[in-house]
Structures are given as C-alpha cells and as structure tokens.
Design a protein around this ligand. Structure first.
Ligand SMILES: Nc1ncnc2c1ncn2[C@@H]1O[C@H](COP(=O)(O)OP(=O)(O)O)[C@@H](O)[C@H]1O
Ligand SMILES: Nc1ccn([C@@H]2O[C@H](COP(=O)(O)OP(=O)(O)O)[C@@H](O)[C@H]2O)c(=O)n1
Length: 224
C-alpha cells in the first residue's frame, strides 16, 4: 500500500469512534465506520419489514445498500436511500440488531469489498471489530482499544443523555455485555485483537491520553 491504513478495533463504547474521528481530522485521512454499515443493514431490514432471522434476505439487502457517507463538522452523516439516517442508526435497538446480523457469514461476506473500497489516498482510519484481522490484515498500524464493561456502559449512557435521548443504564450495560458475547463468540471474524495490534485499555484514560498514546505509536512506526 502506498498510503497508510490504520485500524482501530474493540468493543462497544471503548472510544473507537471518537479516537478515529480525531485522528482522521488531524491527518486529513478518510474514515471508515464499519459499525455504521452493519447498523445500516439492520436499519434497512427493519424499514423493509424483513425478518432479521432470515440470513439470505438480510445478506441480499446488505449487498445492495444504497448508502453515502458525507463528512460534516461533527462527524460523518449517513445517507440511506437519499435520507439522512445518522440519528436512527445510533439507538441501542439498532446496535443489538446489527450485532445479530453481523454474526451471519453471508452478511459479512457481502460487506467486505464495500469496506475495502474506503482505503484511498492520503490514508484511512478504519473503525470496527475485524478491521485489523480480516478487512485490512496488512494495515500499517493496528490498535485494539478496550475498557471495562461498566466504564463503557457509563460512557454510552452519558453520550445518549447528552444527545437528549432516553437511556437506562442497566439496560445499556446488559446490551453491551450481550453484544460483547455475540461479537467475541461468533464463528466468522470474531472480535479479537490482531496478533500485531497495540492493546490499549482506556478504563482509566481520558480520550486525550488515548489519542496521544496512539499518535506516539504511529510516530514510532514512522507512519505520520
Ligand atoms: N477515554 C475516554 N474516556 C471517557 N469517555 C470517553 C473516552 N473515549 C470515548 N469516550 C466517550 O464515550 C462515548 C462512547 O465513545 P465512542 O467513541 O462512541 O465508542 P465506540 O466507537 O468504541 O463505541 C462517547 O461519548 C465518547 O465521547
Ligand atoms: N467491523 C465490525 C463493526 C461492527 N460490527 C457489529 O456491528 C455492531 C455495531 O457496531 P458499532 O461499532 O456501531 O457499535 P458501537 O461500538 O458504536 O456500539 C457491533 O456490535 C458488531 O456486532 C461487526 O461485527 N464488525
């Protein structure tokens, strides 16, 4: 690869999206929010009234998703069939549905090339669960960002409250634990650090410290 690909994997609420956006802005790199693509598959199935237990129907929807990602000041707006669905994507209901369909091998296969197509000059920050293990195994740098389940649930709770959404901490914690189990336990591309990933536990770190740790790592690899 002539341009750098940096992968940021880890469980829900670890801070991957926040870190990825900071890095993409700082270095002018493209950003792949792969979780948003699984969420889009789940949302599209819901809007079309397709049963998410029907693997082949869901995989077909994922193969032909009509989606655009538009950079904005605060992140990336997600446009599905011409409609901005950025808000409806972020609910825990869609997160849980995404986790269900993400276990289907044919859904993952249908989304591989779409994800790889984000790798372009001058570089890519790829955020997800299997970026370093499956989608970009030759990435220039791989980060696995984690934090304790309770810390992650608190962060998600605060995030939803700040966005003016309803939130129930116990439910969020239960959902996060369930998604951790689904993501780490599935047969295809389970959530796991790549052998060559830098592991960061952010339980007691602020986002600035996390970002500085990653920047130092990228500098030591002479990527930036
Ligand atoms: N190190 C951190 N310390 C405290 N809060 C954080 C940290 N990293 C991220 N957050 C906050 O936690 C919430 C979830 O972070 P996010 O980046 O969406 O996680 P992920 O993409 O891994 O699910 C956001 O509100 C974010 O601002
Ligand atoms: N590369 C990826 C990204 C997300 N996913 C799935 O999609 C769900 C939603 O991902 P997300 O990154 O938007 O979730 P959060 O970490 O933001 O809560 C996850 O729970 C995973 O099951 C995946 O399997 N592989």
């Amino acid at each position: 690869m002539t341009y750098p690909v940096i992968t940021i994997d880890g469980p829900s609420g670890a801070g991957k999206g926040t870190l990825s956006l900071l890095l993409a802005k700082q270095y002018g790199f493209h950003l792949l929010d792969s979780g948003a693509i699984y969420r889009l598959g789940a949302l599209a199935a819901k809007l079309l009234d397709v049963n998410i237990d029907d693997e082949s129907a869901v995989a077909n929807i994922c193969q032909y998703l009509d989606v655009e990602f538009e950079p904005t000041e605060s992140g990336v707006a997600v446009i599905l069939n011409g409609q901005d669905v950025s808000q409806s994507l972020r609910t825990e209901e869609i997160g849980m549905m995404a986790s269900t369909i993400a276990a289907y091998p044919s859904v993952r296969e249908a989304l591989v090339e779409r994800q790889r197509s984000f790798a372009r000059n001058p570089g890519l920050i790829a955020d997800g669960r299997d970026m370093g293990t499956t989608i970009f195994p030759n990435a220039n740098a791989k980060i696995f960002l984690t934090a304790g389940a309770e810390d992650r649930a608190k962060r998600r709770y605060n995030q939803l409250m700040e966005a003016g959404c309803e939130a129930d901490y116990s439910q969020i914690l239960a959902d996060i634990e369930q998604r951790d189990l689904n993501d780490a336990g599935r047969a295809v591309s389970p959530l796991a650090p790549a052998d060559d990933a830098l592991l960061i536990d952010s339980s007691t770190m602020g986002i600035d410290e996390v970002c500085q740790t990653v920047v130092s790592h990228l500098q030591s690899l002479k990527i930036i």
